[in-house]
Design a protein around this ligand. Structure first.
Ligand SMILES: [Zn+2]
Length: 143
């Protein structure tokens, strides 16, 4: 459920203007940018409030491997973004560089998530990729 930023009235999904005060509704709710679609296909939560970078999304199939990737950015520091994904991926391998660049890699039977978090011009850039397919598990999967 969305609410008007100006007057707090409830906004119907897909509405472009507030029914009460006529204020414009932020585009996020009605966006059709392909980054949003990629976010849904990533199979993992996007960091709360992170904005999809336009044109960053990719969806590639090569043989039995399917890759979905998208870039997001947030004003929160890299540590907080890393903490968010550490909680969601408790078994992930996490590497941190001196420049506070985080690389988080986690995989289960059919998916491998790679999340890169890096500070960039006062913001934090989040690159998420999900590679899925039997080859991810090294051919061990038998189902
Ligand atoms: Zn309003």
């Amino acid at each position: 459920m969305a609410f008007c930023n100006a007057c707090g009235a409830t906004i119907e999904p897909g509405a472009k203007f507030c029914p009460k005060c006529g204020g414009a509704v932020p585009a996020a709710a009605a966006s059709t940018d392909n980054s949003d679609e990629a976010a849904r296909n990533l199979g993992i939560d996007v960091y709360p409030g992170a904005r999809a970078r336009k044109g960053s999304a990719a969806s590639v199939t090569m043989g039995s491997m399917h890759t979905v990737a998208a870039d997001f950015e947030t004003d929160d520091p890299p540590e907080r973004v890393a903490d968010f994904y550490k909680k969601r991926l408790p078994h992930a391998n996490i590497a941190v560089s001196d420049e506070k660049q985080y690389t988080i890699i986690s995989h289960d039977k059919k998916n491998m998530f790679t999340i890169n978090i890096e500070p960039q011009e006062g913001k934090t850039l989040i690159h998420i990729a999900n590679v899925s397919g039997n080859a991810v598990a090294g051919g061990e999967s038998t189902d």
